[in-house]
Design a protein around this ligand. Sequence first.
Ligand SMILES: [Mg+2]
Length: 114
Amino acid sequence: MEIEDFKKLQKKFDDKYIGPYNDLPADLLFLTTALAGEVGEFANLVKKYYRLKQKEIGVVGEEDRDYLTEMKKEIIDVFVYFLIIANQLNLDVNEAYWANLERNKKRFSKINNL
Ligand SMILES: [Mg+2]
């Protein structure tokens, strides 16, 4: 499935279950906060996983927790909010991605003298 297919699927879901987004500034404020919350949940798991692997304090009793599975769930939450925001912005993800990749190629070629 292509990224635009995911966007369409998410829009269909949002229209049916969430209701219309019809106030762009307020919707973006909510969605950005929600996205940041999901990134925070992911980051917290990464922090705890790192601590567990480094045998640092604060992870007693957490040794059996499946951090990688939980991280996968949280990063998908991030992806879902990304899709919703991309829909709100009418972002052509393919086009924007390729343009960004070209910009970064030039940027990192300079930095790495390529
Ligand atoms: Mg979550």
